[in-house]
Ligand binder design. Structure first.
Ligand SMILES: Cc1ncc(COP(=O)(O)O)c(C=O)c1O
Length: 355
């Protein structure tokens, strides 16, 4: 165990923790289950299914996710959305009031929120706004101190839309091997059409990749995220995750999605949204109030307008809700538009065209 450099980065009390041992963890098999203080039936339906606690990490779902993400089953932890993966990492690595995370703004807001909840400091090393929001690996390395335990990189990045250069991400993973865990959030990777960083897990025990069923699979409502990391790190996160994080209806919906047909349907949906991204980008570029557009590898487009408040009220007047990102680092008057159906996108474009 001690050979893994990541273990020395963990909170010592988490390393030493004896996790809660649920009934479903302690025993399997048997015919009559009288061990978990469940009701033998669901009185409202009479059907025995929802009356039972679910498997903590359902084996059939893990097997399908492992095949889909092309990793081993022991590289996977299923969580309540990838947001829970972010939270678990914070709690595993950051001692309240002492440790820190590093983020690269403008980026996804939950890294800083989870840090605040854990009372971890946030070190911010901005992306390079004048270089299409590229990562600045040298500046990240210069900002690393012993208290920085986690580096969150979002690729494709939300809200700017583009992938981070794989070379830059790998440089950080390798140079930070025994210094910090690099968490690459690939929530939007399917829309980029490039290989996942999970290919680099072997030999990089400080690499964690976050994936989700919320975007490409269109299942934000079921809250199913996936943390992919070394088996050692996954077993640590298993100690601190809630006892039953995959509710039975979530399991059913996820199993139905990760089938040959389900994956084909998701790929078709992704292709349709990419086509919309290309079409909408081209149209936005012609509109008078649009000053700048950034290329996107995701299912949304970030663009700068003359007056974001006016764009927001013009779209809202016809019932279209966009996201004003003006409060994000260096994004004054920038608006983010998620790709909807062609009709939905046209409604937004017509309203923006009138500004
Ligand atoms: C970059 C990024 N990571 C994670 C998430 C959260 O995803 P989930 O629905 O899996 O919690 C989002 C949601 O918008 C996101 O933009």
């Amino acid at each position: 165990m001690s050979a893994d450099p990541v273990l020395s980065l963990l909170r010592p009390e988490i390393l030493a923790l004896s996790p809660y041992s649920s009934a479903r963890k302690e025993s399997s098999g048997g015919r009559i289950w009288l061990d978990a203080n469940e009701n033998p039936l669901t009185p409202s339906t009479g059907k025995p299914l929802l009356n039972r606690y679910p498997e903590p990490q359902p084996a059939d779902l893990i097997a399908r996710l492992a095949a889909y993400y092309a990793v081993a089953e022991n590289n996977i932890l299923v969580t309540r959305g990838s947001d829970e993966g972010i939270d678990l990492l914070l709690r595993a690595f950051c001692r309240a009031g002492q440790d820190a995370i590093l983020i690269t703004p403008p980026t996804y807001g939950m890294y800083a929120v989870s840090a605040a909840i854990q009372n971890a400091r946030v070190v911010a090393v901005p992306l390079l706004a004048d270089k299409n929001f590229a990562l600045n690996p040298e500046a990240v390395l210069a900002a690393i101190t012993p208290s920085v335990k986690l580096v969150f990189l979002c690729s494709p990045n939300n809200p700017t839309g583009a992938l981070l250069a794989r070379r830059d991400v790998l440089q950080l993973v390798q140079e930070l091997l025994s210094k910090a865990v690099v968490v690459v959030d690939e929530a939007y990777l399917e829309f980029a059409g490039t290989p996942s960083l999970t290919q680099e897990l072997a030999g990089n025990p400080n690499l964690v990749v976050l994936r989700t069923l919320s975007k490409a699979f269109g299942l934000a409502g079921i809250r199913c995220g996936v943390t992919i990391a070394s088996p050692t790190l996954i077993s640590v996160l298993q100690k601190i995750i809630a006892p039953y994080p995959v509710p039975t209806p979530v399991l059913e919906a996820a199993l139905a999605a990760i089938t040959t047909d389900g994956v084909t349907a998701a790929q078709r949906s992704v292709q349709g949204l990419i086509a919309e991204r290309i079409r909408v980008t081209a149209r936005l570029a012609t509109l008078p109030c649009v000053r700048r557009l950034w290329p996107s590898d995701s299912n949304f487009i970030l663009f700068e307008v003359t007056d974001s408040a006016r764009v927001m009220s013009a779209t809202r007047a016809v019932g279209v809700v966009l996201r004003d990102r003006s409060r994000d680092y260096s994004l004054t008057n920038c608006v983010r538009m998620t790709m909807g159906t062609p009709d939905e996108n046209n409604a937004a474009l017509e309203a923006i065209a009138r500004v």
